[in-house]
Structures are given as C-alpha cells and as structure tokens.
Design a protein around this ligand. Structure first.
Ligand SMILES: CC(C)(COP(=O)(O)OP(=O)(O)OC[C@H]1O[C@@H](n2cnc3c(N)ncnc32)[C@H](O)[C@@H]1OP(=O)(O)O)[C@@H](O)C(=O)NCCC(=O)NCCS
Length: 393
C-alpha cells in the first residue's frame, strides 16, 4: 500500500524556518546581517577575527583580558601534526584546495582524542583547534604544491597576519593583514546557509566536530555557494577589460547564464558586506598599482544590474563574493584559494552552530534532521515490483 504523501516542496527549503538560533540574523529585505545582536557594519572594522570568533562561541564580546587569553589559546593550537604535513606531501599538486582542506580536517581528527568525548567541553576544544589549525593546513598546502618548505606558525602574529605569513613566507604589511582580517570577520557567520545547514545536519546525528565541519567545507565548495568567489575572478579575467563588459552581459543573458557574485537566496538588497568589501578592493588595487579588477567589477555590477532588470525584470543584488574576488586577488591569494579562505573564516560560525545544535537547552534543541521525499519511481504494479532472480531477467 502506498503511504499517503506529505506536501512536496522542491524549493530547497526556501522560506522555511527549521530551527531557532541565537547566533546570527540575516534580514534579507532590510539588507542586515547581525552577529549575536551586533550589526556587521559596527563589527567590521572595529573588531578582529579572534574577537568575532569569541563573540560567536561565547555569546559576548570579550574584554581585553579575555581577548588576550583567547588569542594566546589560538596561537598555542596552531601547529598541526607532522604526520598530517607528511600526508599532504603525498597528494597530487593539482588537487582542488577545498578537497585538500576537507581531507585535512579528517586527518586532524585522527590525532584528536576528543573525538571520542561527547561532552560540550570537548566539542568546544575541538572547535578552537579547528579555527586555529585550518589556516595552517591551507597555508601548508599552498607551500607544498609549489614545492616550497612549509612555514611554521608564528606566535608573534595575529590570526590573519599569521595565515599570510605561512602562505607567502614573509610577514605581511599591517594594512594588508588588516584587510584580510576584516574579510575573515565578514565571512565568519551567515545563519542557515547551505554549508551551515550541512554542518548542523551532520552534528544532529551526534557525529563529532570534525565530521560536521568537513561536511560544511564540502557544501561550501560548490559554485552556487563559497565556490562563487573563484568563478567571479575567472569571469573578470574572461571579460578582460571594461570595453568588453556590455557584450559579456548581453551574451550571458542570451545564453541564459548567470553572472557570478550577483543574486542571493535571502538578500533582496545588496549584501551589507559589499559596502565594506568594495572600498577595500579599491584601496588594495591602488596599493598594488592595479585597480583594473576593481574598476571592472564596478562597471560589471552597474551594467549587469541594469541589463537584467531591463531584459528579465530581475533585481539582482550584489553578494559577498563579488568584491571579495578582486580584493583577495590584490592581496596575493591564489584564485583557487579564495573559497578555502572563506572556509577558514566560516569555521567560526560552523563550529558555533554545531555547539548550538548539540548542546542547546532542551527546549531549543533541534531533533535529528530527517525530512521525507515523495517516491515517484517505479512500482511495476499496484504495490511493488515482482522480484525476478538474476538467471530469469
Ligand atoms: C545565489 C543564487 C543561487 C540564489 O538563487 P535564488 O535566489 O534561488 O534564485 P534563483 O537561482 O532561483 O534565480 C531566480 C531568478 O534569478 C536569476 N538569477 C539569479 N541569480 C542570477 C545571476 N547571478 N545572474 C543572472 N541571473 C540570476 C535566475 O536565473 C532566475 O531567473 P528565472 O526566474 O528567469 O529562471 C543565485 O543568485 C546564483 O546562482 N548566483 C550566482 C552564484 C553566486 O554568486 N553564488 C554566491 C551566493 S552568496
């Protein structure tokens, strides 16, 4: 007997509230992003990434002593086991960096005895280790695939500066480190987006922190999510110069394709992070003597928005990936590292969500995620197919 079907929603769960959360709020119609009650504009250039991670994990902004202690804690947790470095050295240099990051998280789990401990304290310790170690893992891969020596973390440098130091092998200029730091603040959290949902869904089974965060990385890697910043830079390079923008947009519309970095599942206005990223992209371009990518982005934004409105009646907002592409490029981050850099920030949000998923008060604690699907496959008859042994098929 076929069970009575529940409503079918092929809408990617859009507009459905599936859990309550105290971590962040995305108000799509107002263009607001709020971390633990604070507007992103108020945090962006006033707090560092470490402060943001503290705010997310501990539900309050740290005072000076708390921030100093938290920074120290992260510094002591930055080193990754030599066995993990050695394992990375066996990987093909052409492997996708998001795959390396995801696999590396699995490798780090092998060296953490807390994976067997289901307490909140253990989950928090793993969260802090992942926040501290993912940049080390990524930078190490950046060096290894170029045939260069791995650079050990520096305890003299803060989180963002230390990542650039480990990646490039030299201490970055203060302003450059500050720009990356602000990017990490902006990317740290964004409510129930696809990757956060993936991490929470895995956490809802009581899987450990590393399993949940590896799932988040896998989800983030897709072009429609964190992979978009890579595609934005590739698109800018394909366009090449401002003279080609009009024809590129025309062709994109006629072929029914998308402009990467535009559109959003929740924001109906421009993403508030854009207003912080765009000026940084311009300033970084000026610093390196190449404003071309910022200028191209600015023109593309204007032309594409107008054309999609005129031709298709669409109001396409700019999303976080649009200007972060040119900004990361000017900072000297390799293009295929753009999404992994997003991930080394978002891990602060993911880990906080895992803690909330697994340890929220009983009343607010979500259940194991288990949606249903409507079976539209074969029955071959009223109830089921008659089984035929292999020799008779
Ligand atoms: C992010 C994204 C998946 C959100 O999607 P969404 O709100 O579900 O919107 P849909 O994909 O259903 O698109 C709705 C309409 O807008 C169009 N659209 C959405 N984003 C577009 C874009 N970047 N360029 C051109 N058209 C776009 C769709 O083609 C669709 O048009 P149609 O109704 O004529 O088919 C989508 O905007 C997108 O793919 N953007 C490009 C990738 C990107 O930048 N991702 C990073 C997101 S932070």
């Amino acid at each position: 007997m076929v069970e009575e079907c529940k409503p079918v929603l092929n809408t990617g769960l859009r507009g459905l509230i599936i859990a309550s959360s105290k971590i962040s709020d995305v108000r799509g119609s107002e263009g607001k992003l709020i971390y633990r009650g604070y507007l992103i504009q108020d945090l962006a250039d006033k707090v560092c990434f470490e402060e943001t991670a503290y705010l997310l994990l501990y539900e309050k902004l740290p005072d000076t002593d708390e921030l100093v202690a938290f920074k120290e804690k992260l510094k002591t947790e930055r080193h990754i086991p030599q066995e993990v470095i050695d394992a990375l050295k066996t990987r093909p240099h052409g492997a996708l960096p998001m795959d390396i990051l995801q696999a590396g998280i699995g490798l780090l789990a092998h060296h953490d005895s807390d994976v067997r401990d289901q307490s909140r304290d253990a989950a928090l310790r793993m969260a802090i280790r992942l926040i501290a170690r993912m940049p080390t893992l990524l930078a190490a891969w950046g060096r290894i695939r170029q045939g260069e020596d791995v650079v050990s973390p520096s305890s003299d440098l803060d989180h963002a500066a230390n990542f650039l130091y480990m990646l490039h092998g030299k201490v970055p200029d203060h302003e450059v480190a500050r720009f990356l730091d602000t990017c990490l603040v902006l990317h740290a959290e964004h409510s129930f987006n696809a990757s956060t949902f993936a991490a929470r869904e895995v956490a809802s089974t009581k899987a450990h922190m590393y399993a949940a965060i590896a799932a988040g990385v896998g989800s983030l890697s897709g072009d429609l999510h964190g992979g978009a910043n890579v595609r934005v830079m590739e698109m800018l390079k394909t366009i090449g110069s401002i003279e080609n923008v009009e024809s590129f947009v025309k062709k994109t519309i006629s072929e029914g394709k998308k402009i990467m970095g535009l559109g959003h599942a929740v924001y109906q206005t421009d993403d508030p992070r854009t207003f912080i990223l765009a000026p940084m992209s311009k300033r970084m371009g000026e610093r390196v003597g190449e404003t071309k990518w910022y200028d191209l982005s600015k023109t593309l934004e204007k032309v594409a928005k107008a054309a999609f409105k005129k031709e298709k009646g669409l109001d396409l907002p700019v999303n976080v990936d649009f200007y972060s592409a040119s900004l990361y490029y000017s900072i000297g981050i390799p293009v295929d590292f753009f999404s992994p850099v997003f991930a080394i920030s978002r891990v602060a949000g993911w880990t906080t969500h895992v803690l909330e998923e697994q340890f929220a008060d009983a009343a607010a604690k979500p259940a194991l995620y288990r949606p249903e699907s409507k079976y539209v496959g074969e029955y071959c008859g009223p109830d089921q197919c008659e089984f035929v042994t292999i020799d008779k098929r």
